[in-house]
Design a protein around this ligand. Structure first.
Ligand SMILES: *Cc1c(COP(=O)(O)O)cnc(C)c1O
Length: 365
C-alpha cells in the first residue's frame, strides 16, 4: 500500500454528480466570464466567512496584489510579512513595488510573532500581512492592535486557512481584507486556479473588483490601470458545490490531526501546537525532525509520501538574495526550513492509510 500526500481527485469522486451538473450548467449558460455563478459564489463565500463582501480573483497571489493596490500600497512602502511563508506572500509585496520586511515566527506555532513587530517596523511600513500558516490562525488581536497603533493596513493571507477560527470567530473578520486561494490542494480548492478577497469595506471591495477587471466598472471605460484577474465561472460553480462540504472536510482533518498528535507523543518529533484561541483547519500537518532527510527517505521506502513546506525561506531564495535588498538574519525561519516535514493529511485520507503513516513514522522517528 502506498499513501499519497494528498488525494485531490477524491473530492471529485465524492461529489461527481453535483460537480458534473454544476459544470454542465455553466457550459450551457453562455456566461463564461463574470455572471450569476461567480456572483452566487461570492455571496455564499462572504456569508461563510461572516463578512459583507467577497470578490473573486484569478488566483491567491492576485488576491494579495489587488488587496495591496486597493489599500494604496506601492513603491517606497514597506510591508511586514512572515519570514517563513510560501513565497506568494512576499511576491505580492514585491509586485506592487513595495519592500517585504521579514518578521520571525513564534517557534511554537510557526506563525508571525506579534512581540517581534516593533523591532521590525520602520517609518516606511504601510501594511502588515499575517499568514495563517498550515491552517492555523495567526495571533490576530495583538497584530491588529499594532496595526492600529502604527496606522498600518492589515491584510490577512488566508490561503491555507478556509474555515479556521480565531477566538471563536472566522478569520477574515479582524482585518481590512483577507486574501484566499482556491488552488486545487487548498482546503477549499477548485479544479484549476482561483482566488478571492473578502472584506467588510464596500469601498475596498469595489476597488479590487475594478482593478481586477481592466480598471473598468463599465465596459471600455477605464478609470484605473487595472489587470485581468477574474474568478472563472466554471471554477465558481465547482467551488459552490465544494463549499457546502468544507466544514465536514475540515472536521475530518481535525480528527486526523488529533490522532497523529496522540500517536506521536512518544517520538522525538516536534509536534504542532494550537493555543486555546486557535481553531486550526489543518491544511498541513507539519512535524519537526532533527533527521528530516533520513525520515523522509525512510517514509518513502514504506510508501508514504511526506513533503517539505517550505525547504527554503523566501529571503534565502535566489530571487530575493539577488534582489539587492539586504536582509537581517532570520534564524527561526532558517531552522524551520531545515527540519519541517509535512505528513499526509486531507479529508479523504482513509483510516487504514493514516495507520500506515503512523506505523512508518513511529518506526523511524
Ligand atoms: C497558496 C498560497 C498563496 C497563493 O495562492 P495561488 O492561488 O497559488 O496564487 C498565497 N499565500 C499562501 C500562504 C499560500 O499557501
Amino acid at each position: 500500500m502506498t499513501v499519497p500526500f494528498l488525494n485531490v481527485e477524491a473530492t471529485y469522486q465524492e461529489l461527481k454528480v453535483d460537480i458534473d451538473a454544476a459544470v454542465a450548467r455553466v457550459l450551457a449558460s453562455g456566461w463564461y466570464i463574470h455572471g450569476p455563478e461567480v456572483e452566487a459564489f461570492e455571496a455564499e463565500f462572504a456569508a461563510y466567512c461572516g463578512v459583507s463582501h467577497a470578490v473573486g480573483t484569478a488566483n491567491g497571489l492576485d488576491a494579495l496584489v489587488l488587496a495591496l493596490r486597493a489599500m494604496g500600497i506601492g513603491p517606497g512602502d514597506e510591508v511586514l510579512v512572515p519570514s517563513n511563508t510560501f513565497i506568494a506572500t512576499w511576491l505580492a509585496v514585491t509586485q506592487v513595488g513595495a519592500t517585504p520586511i521579514a518578521v520571525e515566527p513564534d517557534p511554537a506555532t510557526y506563525n508571525m510573532d506579534p512581540t517581534r513587530l516593533a523591532a521590525a517596523w520602520t517609518p516606511r511600513c504601510k501594511a502588515i500581512i499575517p499568514v495563517h500558516l498550515y491552517g492555523q490562525p495567526a495571533n490576530l488581536a495583538p497584530i491588529a492592535a499594532f496595526a492600529r497603533e502604527k496606522g498600518l493596513a492589515l491584510i490577512e493571507d488566508a490561503a491555507q486557512a478556509h474555515g479556521a477560527r480565531y477566538q471563536g470567530q472566522r478569520i477574515g473578520a479582524y482585518s481590512d481584507m483577507a486574501c484566499w486561494s482556491f488552488y486545487p490542494g487548498k482546503n477549499l480548492g477548485a479544479f484549476g486556479d482561483g482566488g478571492a478577497v473578502t472584506t467588510n469595506n464596500l469601498e475596498l471591495a469595489d476597488k479590487v473588483r475594478v482593478l481586477g477587471n481592466y480598471g473598468a466598472r463599465i465596459k471600455y471605460h477605464h478609470e484605473a490601470l487595472g489587470v485581468n484577474s477574474r474568478l472563472d465561472p466554471v471554477q465558481a460553480a465547482v467551488l459552490r458545490v465544494k463549499l457546502q462540504h468544507l466544514d465536514a472536510w475540515n472536521d475530518r482533518r481535525r480528527q486526523i490531526a488529533a490522532r497523529y498528535i496522540e500517536a506521536f507523543r512518544s517520538t522525538d518529533l516536534g509536534l504542532p501546537f494550537a493555543p486555546d484561541w486557535a481553531e486550526p483547519v489543518w491544511h498541513l500537518f507539519v512535524v519537526r525532525s532533527q533527521n528530516r532527510a533520513r525520515l523522509q527517505n525512510n517514509l518513502a521506502k514504506e510508501g508514504v509520501t511526506a513533503l517539505i513546506h517550505y525547504p527554503i525561506a523566501p529571503f534565502m531564495q535566489p530571487a530575493y538574495q539577488n534582489s539587492g535588498q539586504v536582509f537581517p538574519a532570520q534564524p527561526i525561519a532558517v531552522e524551520l526550513a531545515r527540519d519541517v516535514l509535512s505528513l499526509p493529511i486531507g479529508p479523504h485520507l482513509q483510516p487504514v492509510e493514516q495507520e500506515r503513516v503512523i506505523a512508518a513514522v513511529c518506526k523511524y522517528a
